[in-house]
Design a protein. Structure first.
Length: 168
């Protein structure tokens, strides 16, 4: 599957089969994150690969999103330097981790896996569960696994509503 096809095919998956994600596939996903661009190539990130069903069940409980417990794999994208701000007044940790996780979602799609972005979670309890230091921030969680069914097609705004040229 080429990149355009992966982008077009990617969907948010909220129900997974119980089929495990192989270590080989996990390695390919990790490599996708590893190769992602970051501000000044600082790579101020860490990715926690979670396979333990009990930890995944606790993630589901803390976030209040039961479907997470069906995922065989969760990736937590962590920013290591959340106080740093770029000249454009945007913190790079959120941007950089998001780019890397996006690459994971596209590679996952190309491998026949599904994924779902999880941003609805309380930072402190999740940080405590995953052992993330207080001076770091969990940017997003990403569930990954084999989809239990075909996710429905997304409705997208017309391109003319989201793009302008040369000026806002």
């Amino acid at each position: 599957m080429d990149v355009r096809e992966a982008v077009a095919k990617r969907r948010s998956v909220r129900e997974y089969t119980d089929q495990a994600v192989s270590q080989e596939a996990v390695n390919v996903l990790i490599e996708a994150a590893h190769l992602a661009p970051s501000a000044n190539n600082r790579q101020d990130w860490k990715f926690i690969i979670i396979r333990d069903k009990e930890v995944i069940a606790n993630i589901a409980e803390i976030s209040g999103q039961d479907f997470i417990s069906t995922a065989p794999l969760v990736v937590a994208g962590v920013g290591l330097n959340p106080t740093r701000v770029m000249r454009c007044d945007v913190p790079p940790y959120a941007v950089d981790v998001t780019i890397a996780l996006t690459q994971i979602t596209l590679v996952a799609t190309s491998l026949g896996l599904g994924s779902c972005w999880i941003g609805g979670f309380p930072q402190e309890p999740m940080r405590e569960l995953l052992g993330v230091p207080e001076d770091c921030k969990i940017v997003q969680l990403l569930t990954i696994g084999y989809p239990a069914d075909e996710p429905r097609r997304r409705i997208r705004k017309p391109i003319t509503e989201i793009v302008s040229y040369n000026h806002f």
